[in-house]
Design a protein around this ligand. Sequence first.
Ligand code: S3P
Length: 203
Amino acid sequence: MSNSDAVAPLPPAAGDAPHAGLPGRTIVLVGLMGAGKSSIGRRLAQRYSLPFIDADKEIEAAAGCTIEEIFARLGEQAFRDGERRVILRLLDDPPHVLATGGGAFMDPQIRERVKQRAVSVWLHAELDMLVRRVSRRSNRPLLKQGSPRDVLAALIERRYPIYAEADLRVESADGPPEQTVQRVVDALQRFNQRALSNTGAER
Ligand code: S3P
């Protein structure tokens, strides 16, 4: 492991800077479709005055077409390969808030790099809420492979044990997004305090 891979957190920003208490790393939001990664991520970035990046939008920009078109023309594997390239590149960028597509953290290479370079937050949500939320949009190819409820239930089985490897788990509130944002802020604060006191204990 090279020095640039070191996992020690940076000290919190001085004074009352808006990002005081942040670990100085990119914050990666993980979770199923409908968990609120983009909506929470955008607000979280505002709160910390950090850039917000939506990985799905970056993949579309790189491919010059929509995710639906990538799935339809090239298949899911091609989408996953593009997703991996784009996210590994984004993880080299200066700290920002990154909303990832629901399948990204399942990729071992992405997961490994996230663990080395970022702090990951799993936005956990129950099936009923996810079903309700995904019904507002119809551009997710995986949800057309069966009833959205069945697809999401199967994804919960398969993915939640892996999402549990994220640094933090936060319950996505069934209310105003600000409530979930506050939970993430609180969890990050605790995480960073723990990281700092562990660093101190080793000295
Ligand atoms: C996917 C989730 C989508 C998008 C693609 C595949 C998945 O992103 O990346 O349709 O595998 O769960 P959101 O989670 O942002 O909807």
